[in-house]
Design a protein around this ligand. Structure first.
Ligand code: HEC
Ligand code: HEC
Length: 450
């Protein structure tokens, strides 16, 4: 039987595994024997994610299909790529186990570095078998806080960017100065449900089980939008308010395309501006795309990208087995569920069949202090340098890379990385370590069933 929560004393653990860049190159394989327990590994077979929300009406269904097509567009310079970029389209990064997911098995950033004549060198933290990564610098050269994304690649040398000569940042120097941190893509499935949970529901969930949380040292708070004070919920630090906001920012920051939400180029070198009209993406007044959905045709790319995510279904868990059902009980008894909230209920929705729907993201969408071992030193909104949003665990069964920087492919490592000085999860991870190997194994089987 799993150890009960009330019999535990919080214990601060030292990190058992230090972050090493060489480990990042490893292929995603089931983990080594670890005191007899083993991550069952990526669940192969058909992708259990990527379809439409159940219950959409025919017009919504057409909007979903067309926006899903639009989401797969790859940009060249004439459509808005660059001058600096991390990816040439949303599916560079949101691709696994199907369109809209996370990092694929082979990192497309490798081929992209030299596509169309580009001459980018590949930073040492980007590997063919490693996760897609986005880099942030912690501090500016003058010591003030940076925290922003610095794109890996430039369009210089590409056949569609004649005369552009800008160069990549010096990533080796940033690595040597310990000034660089990474983020991997999060999956976009089912996020319309997340967007449509009311503030009240989220507040109630965070306030629930207060005595237990206090006993285990779990606090957490929401990241909030500076202008209106409402909860923000998207991104590794829950730094963004809505799917449309994230799509607009990603289009500008990751691929370099200006749009109605982020209308200006980030790189202003005059020799690298090829589209003189901004925003590069806006409402299409002609609506001539003929995708089968006039709503999609008239809408900007970013509206389509947000719609694809908003109308997509939650990942489907595998059918329960005795082992996974037992693992779920273990998960709920040692305190994982106090952050990874199994069930939330949506508010009333404009979309068909989405009112008061209960769904299973396994997150409270709050940010928690995760200790010195996971800290990245980046502040976003009210999330400080060691706080992260409880990562939603739906779809984890088919995910290849884990934690904000993709430091591991192994669920056992993902769990043990929760523990380091200052982490709110220390007592719960101690509970995990005190379980019998059989209970630990069932918990891993349960996670891979999600
Ligand atoms: C180069 C890789 C890359 C590309 C290209 C990319 N993304 Fe992302 N995406 C990320 C990363 C990394 C994160 C996590 C960002 C963070 O928290 O700092 C993310 C997170 C998101 C999220 C938040 C999801 C959540 O769980 O809260 C949304 C929405 C999103 N991306 C949409 C898009 C859209 C739309 C596009 C295409 C315009 C796009 N992304 C292109 C890497 C990428
Ligand atoms: C104090 C809150 C908290 C508790 C308790 C907690 N987690 Fe987490 N979990 C997080 C946060 C925050 C992250 C993201 C951390 C990061 O990426 O740096 C995370 C990430 C994960 C991930 C990786 C998901 C991904 O998308 O990469 C797994 C798997 C996971 N947790 C499982 C567990 C299990 C199993 C337990 C119980 C033994 C547990 N967690 C307890 C907050 C918590």
């Amino acid at each position: 039987m799993p150890k009960r929560i009330n019999s535990t004393v919080p214990v601060i653990l030292t990190m058992t595994c230090l972050f090493s860049f060489s480990a990042l190159a490893a292929l995603p394989t089931p983990s080594q024997q670890n005191q007899g327990i083993k991550d069952p590994g990526v669940q192969n077979g058909q992708a259990r994610a990527g379809g439409a929300l159940p219950g959409l009406n025919p017009l919504e269904m057409k909007f979903f299909s067309s926006s899903r097509e639009r989401f797969q567009n790859i940009d060249a310079v004439q459509n808005g790529l660059g001058p600096r970029y991390n990816g040439t389209g949303c599916t560079t990064c949101h691709a696994w186990p199907s369109v809209g997911g996370s990092s694929p098995t082979h990192n497309p950033q490798i081929a992209m570095a030299t596509a169309n004549g580009a001459q980018n060198s590949i930073p040492s933290f980007i590997n063919l078998n490693g996760p897609v990564r986005v880099a942030r610098f912690v501090k500016n050269p003058d010591g003030t806080a940076d925290g922003g994304v610095h794109d890996l690649f430039v369009i210089s040398g590409r056949s569609d960017a004649p005369g552009c000569k800008i160069t990549q940042p010096n990533f080796d120097a940033q690595l040597a100065n310990n000034n660089i941190v990474f983020r991997i893509p999060t999956p976009l499935y089912g996020l319309g449900l997340v967007e449509n949970v009311s503030e009240q529901t989220l507040n109630n969930v965070l306030a629930s089980n207060a005595p237990l949380k206090a006993q285990l040292g779990i606090r957490g708070h929401f990241n909030v939008n500076g202008n209106d004070g409402t909860i923000t919920r998207f991104g590794w630090k829950a730094q963004n308010k809505s799917l449309l906001m994230f799509a607009g920012e990603a289009y500008n920051v990751e691929t370099g395309a200006t749009n109605d939400l982020f209308p200006n180029e980030r790189e202003t070198d005059p020799n690298c501006q090829f589209n003189h009209q901004h925003p590069e993406d806006t409402t299409d007044l002609s609506g001539i795309n003929n995708s089968g959905s006039p709503a999609s045709d008239y809408s900007s790319d970013i509206v389509n990208f947000a719609a694809f995510s908003r109308l997509s279904a939650a990942p489907q868990p595998a059918s329960p087995t005795n082992d996974s059902t037992h693992g779920k009980a273990v998960f709920n008894s040692i305190g994982c569920q106090l952050c990874h909230t199994p069930t939330l209920v949506t508010d009333k929705s404009t979309y068909t069949a989405q009112n008061n729907v209960s769904f299973n993201p396994y997150s409270d969408f709050a940010v928690h202090a995760m200790g010195s071992g996971l800290a990245d030193g980046v502040t976003q909104g009210t999330a400080n340098g060691q706080e992260f949003r409880t990562a939603p665990l739906w779809g984890v069964g088919q995910r290849l890379f884990f934690m904000h920087d993709g430091r591991t492919t192994d669920l056992i490592q993902a769990i043990s990385q929760h523990a380091s000085p200052g982490s709110e999860a220390n007592a719960v991870i101690q509970n995990f370590k005190s379980l019998t190997p059989q209970d630990q194994q069932s918990l891993l089987v349960f996670l891979r069933s999600l």
